[in-house]
Design a protein around this ligand. Structure first.
Ligand SMILES: Cc1ncc(COP(=O)(O)O)c(C=O)c1O
Length: 435
């Protein structure tokens, strides 16, 4: 973390923050952001930072997109809240829109406020309709910070330690992270071993008829921006079908155009039973959703789940505007093309550096993984690189079990110039740190 100088105008607020804001919140950059636009945030001094974190993959269309600002301003003057006391038009229109843009036959929507809430709701739905208790998750996953989603999260110890006892009936299987497995360079062998472990789970740990759902991120986010191999997802679908297990796909970080498809699961030719969305859904407004087939949700009786604030009209209006921008500005195609160019440029610039272990991702969900000289994951290198980027006025986040990866999450409409600038800064930072 970078500290500020005494003359810094951020200081007054940072002092107040230190006094009154719960210190459990850890920030990546110690600046106070006053305003933001597009790819940039501006601090109290008026200094600008190229933002390749975008509120952790929330502002997929950049900060304060004018179309979202306008939709919010219009809606806020008309209707802010009804909860489930009545129906409201923005909720219904958004549900219809999400059904249109979701893969396969997913057509029945529940709106909530955060990613974790969407996960919780989906787990309740899966348990209710299957009558089965167990959720199978995958090592390296991140699904949230409520007590149940903490139990489902295995990306890093900091999210779990000292919270035991955590809820049970969760079985954690290995995720095919080929690079950090004994099968580096052999994806097929890694997938085979992960599938074998699922088979062994059914023989040693839990009968498949007790499993309500598999819960998986098609591209692990906090775990290190790791796309699951296509063969693995296809096999998981088959195993789920064989045993009547629901497949819950967590698109909270990978959704809304980020990977060069509206949802990452579209890269796999696999249809989810339940799909989770949040983050990029509403251009910065708080909103999340899960969608399933009506044939599943019709078994969930009224009143078994709900939310006071979930799907408030202002967030729904923001989501409609956001989806419209993603579609009309062709940002999905842009994420695919520009993301590939950025990855290629990074590979050419730093791919040969011995401390750069892996450069990967899909679309604009890109990670650079760092190694120590002995090949082990290097937290310190990733931290130093993030710090250097900040000194060069760019904000990036780390990810991975050791915090050993830098992730790039630019807005999908980042200009060519700013995309190049971001890659140039990262290249410079890596060359300064990994000499
Ligand atoms: C894949 C995934 N699922 C769920 C969540 C939880 O979302 P929230 O922080 O909105 O509760 C996150 C947050 O980073 C996430 O990346």
């Amino acid at each position: 973390m970078v500290t500020v100088k005494a003359t810094d105008k951020n200081l007054e607020y940072l002092t107040l923050d230190d006094a009154h804001v719960n210190p459990v919140l850890s920030r990546s950059a110690r600046i106070v952001v006053e305003r933001a636009q597009g790819s940039y945030v501006y601090d109290m001094n008026g200094d600008s930072y190229l933002d390749f974190a975008q509120g952790i993959a929330v502002n997929n269309i950049g900060h304060c997109h004018p179309a979202v600002v306008e939709a919010v301003q219009k809606q806020v003057a008309q209707l802010m809240h009804t909860s489930v006391v009545t129906h409201n038009k923005p909720y219904i229109e958004l549900a219809k829109k999400l059904a249109e843009i979701s893969p396969g036959k997913l057509d029945s929507v529940f709106l909530a406020n955060s990613g974790a809430e969407a996960v919780e709701g989906a787990v309740k739905l899966a348990r209710y309709v299957t009558g089965r208790p167990v959720i199978v998750n995958f090592r390296g996953s991140f699904h949230g910070r409520t007590i149940f989603t903490t139990a489902l999260t295995t990306s890093k110890l900091v999210y779990r330690e000292k919270y035991e006892p955590l809820p049970g009936s969760i079985f954690t299987m290995p995720f095919p992270y080929t690079y950090r497995s004994p099968f580096r360079g052999n994806e097929d062998a890694c997938v085979k071993e992960c599938l074998h472990q699922i088979d062994m789970m059914f023989k040693q740990l839990v009968h498949p008829d007790q499993v309500a759902a598999f819960l998986i991120e098609p591209v692990q986010g906090e775990g290190g921006y790791i796309p699951a191999p296509i063969s693995f997802m296809k096999e998981l679908r088959k195993i789920a079908d064989k045993h009547g297990i629901l497949l819950i796909i967590d698109e909270v970080q990978s959704g809304f155009g980020r990977t060069g498809k509206m949802f990452a699961i579209e890269h796999y030719g696999v249809e989810p039973d339940i799909m989770l969305m949040a983050k990029g859904i509403a251009g910065g407004m708080p909103l999340s959703a899960f969608i399933a087939r009506k044939e599943i949700t019709s078994k969930w009786l009224p009143g078994r789940h709900g939310s006071t604030f979930g799907g408030n009209p202002v967030s729904c209006a923001a989501a409609m505007a956001t989806i419209d921008v993603i579609q009309s500005e062709k940002l999905i195609e842009r994420a695919a093309k520009k993301g590939k160019e950025m990855q290629d440029a990074l590979r050419a610039a730093v791919g040969q550096n011995p401390q750069v272990g892996d450069i990967r991702g899909i679309g604009m969900m890109i990670a650079v993984e760092f190694n120590e000289k002995d090949g082990s994951p290097s937290h310190d290198t990733a931290e130093e690189v993030a710090k250097k980027c900040f000194e060069h006025k760019m904000i990036v986040l780390t990810c991975g079990s050791h915090g050993h990866c830098i992730r790039l999450i630019p807005p999908l409409n980042v200009s060519d110039e700013d995309a190049k600038k971001g890659i140039d800064i990262l290249e410079k930072a890596i060359k300064e740190v990994c000499k």
